[in-house]
Design a protein around this ligand. Structure first.
Ligand code: SAM
Length: 161
């Protein structure tokens, strides 16, 4: 099982990027996104609407404290200061991938099993999550056969099953 934790959501600044974090997590095979920071019904509705249209069992939950989520899981914190993501593979057990927001508490670096960088350059939590999850699942993605909307790959235009 793969889950994702988005730290420090701010309603005024992060709605779009936190939604993108959730969409990337779902599309690459995570089953849940947790988030800390401000509880945001609009963020939750956006994610739930995508799931109801495009399928899968992905869920979203706001949590006050992230520490209890770490128990019993392999925690991978994505940070530009971390070790090369290509060195971190074949992780065991349930995996929790942590992406930060504006300010990441120092203890996250200590509590994580792995601090992983996707390049050691500053970039986006959305991009870092996508690249790392692709590496983790070895480019094997869920198919979402229960989706009301199912896109059929096509070379031109838009096609659906
Ligand atoms: N200033 C924040 C801090 O205190 O670390 C980081 C802001 S950054 C835009 C937001 C998040 O994107 C980070 O917490 C991290 O999860 C992710 N991120 C940014 N660059 C990354 C990189 N090169 N590798 C992995 N994750 C990265």
């Amino acid at each position: 099982m793969i889950e994702v934790l988005r730290l420090g959501h701010r309603i005024s600044r992060d709605k779009r990027i936190s939604t993108h974090v959730a969409l990337v997590a779902r599309s690459f095979g995570a089953s849940k996104i947790y988030y800390t920071g401000q509880k945001d019904g609009s963020y939750e509705n956006s994610v739930e609407r995508i799931v109801s249209e495009f399928g899968g069992n992905f869920s979203i939950e706001h949590v006050e404290s992230y520490k209890k989520l770490f128990a019993g899981k392999t925690v991978v914190h994505l940070t530009m200061y971390g070790e090369d993501f290509l060195e971190v593979s074949d992780l065991k057990g349930d995996i929790l991938i942590v992406v930060g927001g504006e300010k990441v508490p120092g203890e996250v670096y200590e509590l994580a099993d792995y601090n992983v960088g996707v390049t050691n350059q500053p970039h986006s939590e959305v991009a870092a999550l996508g690249v790392f999850m692709d590496h983790l699942v070895k480019s094997s993605y869920p198919t979402f056969k229960d989706g009301k909307v199912r896109v059929k790959p096509s070379t031109k235009g838009k096609e659906f099953y």
